[in-house]
Write a protein that binds this ligand. Structure first.
Ligand code: PLP
Length: 439
């Protein structure tokens, strides 16, 4: 009998006992290929010796010092490293313990920025439908995942949503990617004008949509146009790279591939690589300066921000991620995964789209390929695939249920960046088997 309130009450979960590289072993001796890095968390693989050594060294020296009394070498070094890797202008780092916390802090930073510069009327948050920004109240309100929001709707603060950039379903058949990007940017502009340009605080988006859509990148120039609209109306652009950042898409920051620089970016998951709970918010100099020259503090903080063991761990994880050979492997193995999935599943009547960047890939399942009609949600195809995949020794991240009436089941694949070709091929074989068994 368990005393834990698990995510799902009922099914008995195997007990994870150990992990190495891209494999997790349970107490019954079953080995699972970690094809989704949990939930796109495991970046540099399990039990990486360099990360373990960095953790041990920090633990031996200092496990905790409250950030109102001390800074630490570990936190300072991590911040320095992140700034050196980030797009120009993201010059400061605020360390937190995870993704939702990063999003909450980012929203409060945006709000405080406008208070500091004498524009306290700026308060509206615009995000996108079919997005996920975390489970805490503010982050959940920001996310546009109807299913996750539903029962909490009455207690969520007001936020506003525009269309995602979701070409597979929402770009017109005769519409060019450029025209689609313009249409979406126009929609954002119309929403800003509707709310009152002087009252809008921030636009929030994931560069590559993860949990809600399954590795959906935007069309070329979408973010360039979004940036221009934000600049036109003085709205801050917050990019949420909690899932798609830290090397997952083949560049350290996902937004590098969209040629856009946000005012604020959130990162987590791959940053700690599963070794420690850690997230971060990176902010531009103008936001930092507004605090420094204004009230002199950021009116926010949790007990564990800047945790030295988490920071020392992430410092090593980021060092490994940023190595050219790591990112080269993400790109090479990502291409192998995409090509292999297309070869094996591309002709399936139930596979509508195979997409993504780097080692961040999504498969969208449909009941009818021509009409793109999703499966009836009551069939719970995604849950069945998860079970069949686990029975075949594969950890994948299927999500589903009709969201906003148009989206069905998808599978997210996000293996560790150190994966080798044989294991990529095994992912393709096992996921194809699991899909066939579930449908
Ligand atoms: N933002 C994005 C884009 C995410 O994908 C997630 C988690 O999946 C979060 C925020 C929340 O992160 P966490 O689960 O670490 O709180």
């Amino acid at each position: 009998m368990t005393r834990i309130l698990h995510r799902s009450i009922g099914p008995t979960l195997p007990h994870a006992a150990s992990a190495q590289g891209v494999y997790i072993t349970d107490t019954a001796g079953h080995r699972y290929l970690d094809a989704s890095g949990g939930a796109a968390v495991t970046s540099v693989g399990h039990a990486h010796p360099e990360v373990l050594a960095a953790m041990r060294a920090q633990i031996d020296n200092l496990c905790y010092a409250h950030t109102s009394f001390f800074t630490t070498d570990a936190a300072e070094a991590l911040a320095e490293k992140l700034v050196n890797l980030a797009p120009e202008g993201l010059n400061y780092v605020y360390l937190v313990s995870g993704g939702s916390e990063a999003v909450e802090a980012a929203l409060k930073m945006a709000r405080q920025y406008f208070v500091e510069i004498g524009a306290p009327q700026r308060r509206h948050i615009i995000a996108r439908r079919q997005s996920y920004h975390g489970n805490t109240i503010g982050a959940l309100a920001t996310g546009g995942n109807a299913m996750r929001r539903k029962q909490f709707q009455p207690i969520l603060p007001e936020t506003h949503h525009v269309s995602p950039c979701y070409a597979y379903r929402e770009k017109g058949a005769d519409e060019s990617p450029e025209a689609y990007a313009i249409r979406l940017a126009d929609e954002l502009e119309a929403k800003i004008l509707e709310l009152g340009p002087e009252e809008v605080m921030a636009f929030v988006a994931e560069p590559v949509v993860g949990a809600t859509l399954g590795a959906v990148a935007s069309v070329a120039d979408y973010f360039k146009r979004v940036r221009a609209i934000c600049d036109k109306y003085g709205v801050l652009l917050i990019l949420d790279e909690v899932m798609c950042g830290m090397g997952r898409t083949g560049t350290v920051f996902a937004c590098e591939q969209d040629n856009v620089i946000p005012d604020i970016v959130t990162i987590a998951k791959g940053l700690g690589g599963g070794y420690q709970p850690i997230g971060a918010v990176m902010l531009s100099g103008k936001i930092y300066d507004s605090f420094a020259n204004g009230s002199g503090l950021f009116q926010h903080g949790h007990t564990y921000i800047g945790h030295p063991v988490a920071a020392a761990t992430a410092n090593k994880v980021v060092e490994i991620i940023a190595r050219p050979e790591t990112l080269a492997n993400v790109n090479a193995m990502g291409a192998r995964l995409q090509n292999g999935l297309e070869a094996v599943l591309g002709a399936s009547p139930y596979v509508g789209d195979i997409r993504g960047r780097g080692l961040f890939r999504g498969i969208e399942l449909v009941a009818d390929r021509d009409t793109k009609a999703p499966f009836d949600p009551s069939r719970k195809i995604h849950a069945k695939i998860k079970r069949h995949a686990m029975a075949r020794g594969l950890i994948s991240y299927p999500m589903g249920g009709t969201i906003d009436g148009i989206h069905g089941d998808h599978i997210l694949l996000a293996p560790p960046y150190i994966i080798e070709a044989d294991d990529v091929d095994l992912i393709i074989e096992r996921i194809a088997d699991a899909i066939n068994a579930a449908i």
